[in-house]
Design a protein around this ligand. Structure first.
Ligand code: FMN
Length: 195
C-alpha cells in the first residue's frame, strides 16, 4: 500500500482576512493533490499564552500546547505560511515552537523536539515587495535549530494584497505553479524520510 505522509499546516497569522491564511489554503490544496494527508490548524484556536516559565511550573503545559505536540508528533511534515513582522517571523509562530519544545509528563508526548526529523515547507505572504522573504530566512534558521529539515525551495508572495481572486485562488499561474512544486517536494521528501 502506498505511504501517505501526514502534513500539519498552519498560517503564522490568525487574522481573519490574513493573506497567509489564503496562501496556506492554496498550499493545503496543493499538498492534498500531491498525495498528502493534510491537517490545517488555526494557531489562534490553540489559545496559547505567551510562554511563561512560572505558568508552566504551576500548571504544566496548556491544553493547546499538548494538542500542538500531539499534532506535530502525528505528522511527517509541516507546511507553513508566515507573515513578516519587522523583518522576522511573528511571535505567534515562535510561541508555538517554544511551547511545542517543552517536555510533558505524558510519555506519549514527552519529547523535547516533536519537530525533529520532520520536513517543513515554508511560504510567506506580504503586501510588500519582498513578500516576507526575510521572515522565511529567519524561520529556516529557527527550524534548523530544532532539528527540522527545511526544504531548500521556499515561496514568497509579494504584493499579496493584489495576488488573490475573489475565491481565494492565486491569480498568477506562475505563483500557482510555485506553490504546487513546493507542495510536491514536501510530500515527496516526507515520503522518502518516513515511508
Ligand atoms: C508589527 C508589524 C510589522 C510588520 N513588518 C513587516 C515587515 O518587516 N515586512 C513586510 O513585508 N511587512 C511587514 N508588515 C506588514 C505585514 O506584512 C502585513 O500586515 C500582512 O498583511 C500580515 O500578514 P497577514 O495578512 O497574513 O496577517 C508588518 C506588520 C506588522 C503588524
Amino acid at each position: 500500500m502506498p505511504f501517505t505522509p501526514k502534513i500539519l499546516a498552519f498560517s503564522g497569522s490568525s487574522r481573519k482576512d490574513s493573506f497567509n491564511k489564503k496562501l496556506i489554503a492554496v498550499g493545503v490544496a496543493a499538498a492534498k493533490a500531491a498525495g498528502g494527508d493534510v491537517t490545517l490548524i488555526d494557531l489562534r484556536e490553540l489559545e496559547l499564552p505567551i510562554y511563561d516559565g512560572d505558568l508552566e511550573k504551576e500548571k504544566g503545559l496548556p491544553a493547546g500546547a499538548v494538542r500542538l505536540k500531539q499534532l506535530m508528533l502525528a505528522s511527517h511534515g509541516l507546511l507553513i505560511s508566515t507573515p513578516e513582522y519587522n523583518s522576522y517571523f511573528p511571535p505567534l509562530v515562535k510561541n508555538a515552537i517554544d511551547w511545542s519544545s517543552r517536555p510533558a509528563p505524558d510519555k506519549a508526548i514527552s519529547g523535547l523536539t516533536p519537530l525533529a526529523d520532520k520536513v517543513v515547507g515554508i511560504m510567506s505572504a506580504s503586501p510588500g515587495a519582498l513578500g516576507g522573504m526575510r521572515s522565511m530566512l529567519a524561520l529556516r534558521q529557527q527550524f534548523s535549530n530544532v532539528g527540522t529539515i527545511v526544504l531548500p525551495a521556499m515561496f514568497s508572495l509579494a504584493r499579496a494584497d493584489e495576488a488573490f481572486d475573489d475565491n481565494g485562488g492565486l491569480k498568477d499561474e506562475k505563483h500557482r505553479a510555485s506553490v504546487e512544486k513546493l507542495a510536491q517536494k514536501l510530500v515527496t521528501l516526507a515520503t522518502k524520510l518516513h515511508g
